[in-house]
Design a protein around this ligand. Sequence first.
Ligand SMILES: *[C@@H]1O[C@H](CO)[C@@H](O)[C@H](O)[C@H]1NC(C)=O
Ligand SMILES: *[C@@H]1O[C@H](CO)[C@@H](O)[C@H](O)[C@H]1NC(C)=O
Ligand SMILES: *[C@@H]1O[C@H](CO)[C@@H](O)[C@H](O)[C@H]1NC(C)=O
Length: 511
Amino acid sequence: MTVIPATDSATHAAIEIPGLGKITVPIGLFINNEWVLPTKGQTFTVVDPSTALPIVDVAHAMAEDVDRAVHAARAAFETTWGNNVSGAHRGNLLNKLADLMDRDVATIAALESLDAGKGISVATSGDVPESANCLRYYAGMADKVHGQTIDQFGGKKLAYTLNQPIGVCGQIIPWNYPLMMWAWKVAPALAAGCTVVMKPSELTPLSALYMCDLIKEAGFPAGVVNTVPGLGSTAGEAISRHLDIDKVAFTGSVATGRRISVAAAESNLKKVTLELGGKSPALVFPSADLDQAANWLGLGIFYNSGQDCCASSRVYVHDSVYDKFVSLLKLKAETCKVGLPSDENTSFGPLISAGQRDKVLSYIDSAREEGATITAGGKRWAQAEGFFVEPTVLTDVNQNMKVVREEIFGPVVAVGKFSTEEEGVHLANDTPYGLAGAVFSSDASQVTRVAAKINAGTIWINNYCALSNGVPFGGFKQSGIGRELGTAGIEAYTQIKGVHHNLTEVMSWPF
Ligand SMILES: *[C@@H]1O[C@H](CO)[C@@H](O)[C@H](O)[C@H]1NC(C)=O
Ligand SMILES: *[C@@H]1O[C@H](CO)[C@@H](O)[C@H](O)[C@H]1NC(C)=O
Ligand SMILES: *[C@@H]1O[C@H](CO)[C@@H](O)[C@H](O)[C@H]1NC(C)=O
């Protein structure tokens, strides 16, 4: 294995951040607590989605680099981490890391805003503190991973379980919430005692790379977290097929999730958890507080410019309140705070890339061709060069339209009608996805009944969008395998060992 020693100039670069001026950020590979260069010296370019201009070139990890990272992660797992350190120790380090995030909130938020196009206030008050809180949530759980004791045969034998860390975990995260998805993956893995080979999205690697310096500063042993930026077809494929990675955790599209499952199965049957797409339905009943419902569902589809796997992209409204609700939602779309990410008042920024913008616009075209009405938005936002699309509301839709069947991953909501509860539930469940759903009604027995009937991993009743570290999140149907957050989130990084201990049993022979 050749490890090319890195110089600062090759693994770090000065970039200009609106509001902060010039800062130096890491752009190399982070392996064994050191910044190194990729073996083949390749890079890829990271683009500012609000201007379409390049920000910086970042190291591109190939299979041999992933191999180096796995080697470091394995060595750490066997010696300085894993079963050889206490949960309390792991929790302390995670808490230290969260404190360093608080200290550096302005820098991390500015990087996240620049790289992912989020409004700076949203990144400062949402993404960064929420991510730090996720680390704290799992820090507190690191010393509370208990097994069971199972008395057997009246004291002949004592059985107990050990919940042990799975081992070296490959983690492949998306570009829509780069830092938060980092925290959701890294925090439970480290709390459980696993070590990590992290691949941030090639569109948004900057916050994950910044976190590596904080990992080292917090005092994590070398090799516990390694970071290998790259494409899905290079670094992602190498992780999914690696013979010495014990688990791969992925958040992203159904198509990629399927490829990762196949690669995991064909290599070493590594464990797989997947958090995939959605086409999440909301049912609005006549007794609902309609203005509040429109606020929550506006948040649900326009937050993060609709680039959200649990976006409320299908709304079904009871026909008696349909027109009223549509006029409210139209008003919400027209009063979204669209703007440049660096503007403190922006809550709705650009989409991540030209490709994503064009995909969203082509879905809007297909809706027009299939006979839907564009009630709000429907075009590029003309006031900036970046990848903006206006908040868009589509009405007069039916279940056969592409915009109702497929995940758009943009600020486009399709609003349909229903007349009975049964019909509403049927429409809600008429999808291969099952990530989330919602019900708006002031009838307590109705919301309870409908919440139980919608086939999805998360249900919001009279609210939407907000997740909590303590509440498990994940998909029914093709929206995924496994859960993140909550106690389920750390269980996904442990494996159960059953131990049978002979107390009084004597084995006779022949049996
Ligand atoms: C486990 O940790 C202890 C204490 O830090 C260390 O002395 C020992 O070498 C470690 N075990 C292995 C196998 O590395
Ligand atoms: C943000 O909004 C506030 C209140 O409306 C206003 O006073 C301020 O000038 C705005 N800031 C920018 C940068 O536009
Ligand atoms: C199991 O426990 C019984 C009772 O203590 C003992 O006689 C027997 O030798 C044990 N078996 C083994 C393999 O140690």
